[in-house]
Design a protein around this ligand. Sequence first.
Ligand code: ATP
Ligand code: NCN
Length: 199
Amino acid sequence: MRVALFGTSADPPTAGHQKILSWLSERYDWVAVWAADNPFKSHQTPLEHRAAMLRLLITDIDAPRHNIALEQELSSFRTLETVGKAKLIWGEDAELTLIIGSDLLSQLPRWYRIEDLLQEVQLLIVPRPGYAIDESSSEVVQKLGGKIAIASLIGLDVSSTAYREHGDSQALTAPVVAYINREHLYECQDVHKKRYQLR
Ligand SMILES: Nc1ncnc2c1ncn2[C@@H]1O[C@H](COP(=O)(O)OP(=O)(O)OP(=O)(O)O)[C@@H](O)[C@H]1O
Ligand SMILES: O=C(O)c1ccc[n+]([C@@H]2O[C@H](COP(=O)([O-])O)[C@@H](O)[C@H]2O)c1
């Protein structure tokens, strides 16, 4: 069983995350996704809302294999703990692949017990516009034991930050926008966003 593990802050989840999930669903037996708190970031929306938006994002994907699931019980500050939980679910023999965008490659060495984590998973790096995969970061990760593959997919040029800071609603899918409006999320940035949009 080949399982793709994809954790995201989902603050909010974007069309970029959705494209990655669709692509993974065609290549892995199971695609497990969860909303997480990131020890290196602060988040603007409670985790429950972020997980609910992620569920909407997934429901919206037309995946013929029906193999994408919100596995929110995997959520942890530390991916090593997530992988421990994944092994309990899918067993020691499952092949686990951790999916990250190329923007995270250089920070990976600072993750919790990274060498132990890299023993447990394969890594798949998704190229992201503006974040070239540089050799020195790849080498550092490989020296720590990382088994790196690069996805044959280029991520969309969108980000959660672009939505939070500039109201780039192109970044989001319609069901997520509807949820944000209904729950009055991200409103404190509205004045700031409107100023940007009027420019
Ligand atoms: N457009 C994208 N292309 C490639 N990888 C992406 C893309 N968007 C997100 N990712 C990857 O998905 C994972 C979750 O990303 P995250 O939720 O932090 O999105 P983000 O848009 O980077 O958010 P923020 O702007 O808040 O940092 C990370 O591994 C990130 O590198
Ligand atoms: O394990 C760690 O030390 C660690 C440090 C930073 C980020 N992560 C995880 O990386 C995933 C992507 O984070 P983010 O904020 O870029 O969406 C998410 O599952 C985080 O919990 C994990």
